[in-house]
Design a protein. Structure first.
Length: 100
């Protein structure tokens, strides 16, 4: 046996490893990146006057838009919330089939 020859199957192991990484990217990382991009576009589209639901289930109407927060008006008063705490618009929460 020649010393310069590699072990048999070395290139097939490399191909399998690349194939596993590609499958992992397609099924795990790529959908998460698309979801984050869609959420960012949604957060940027929210403006004063929109009715929203927070992740905690609080319903309110946006009265002030800041860089990282909203001020929402509720029946009990006003609250300052982070933009990331907004889950969806109120119309989508009440009528999900209408916005699908």
């Amino acid at each position: 046996m020649n010393i310069l020859q590699g072990q048999p199957g070395g290139s097939s192991q490399m191909v399998m490893m690349l194939l596993i990484m590609a499958v992992f990217f397609v099924f795990m990382i790529w959908p998460q990146m698309r979801k984050q991009k869609k959420a960012k576009v949604y957060m940027e589209s929210l403006e004063k006057g929109k009715k929203v639901v927070t992740t905690g289930g609080i319903h309110g109407k946006i009265t002030t838009v800041g860089d990282t927060h909203f001020v929402i008006e509720m029946e009990e008063g006003k609250a300052k919330i982070e933009k990331s705490a907004v889950s969806m618009e109120l119309t989508q929460a009440a009528y999900p089939e209408a916005t699908a």
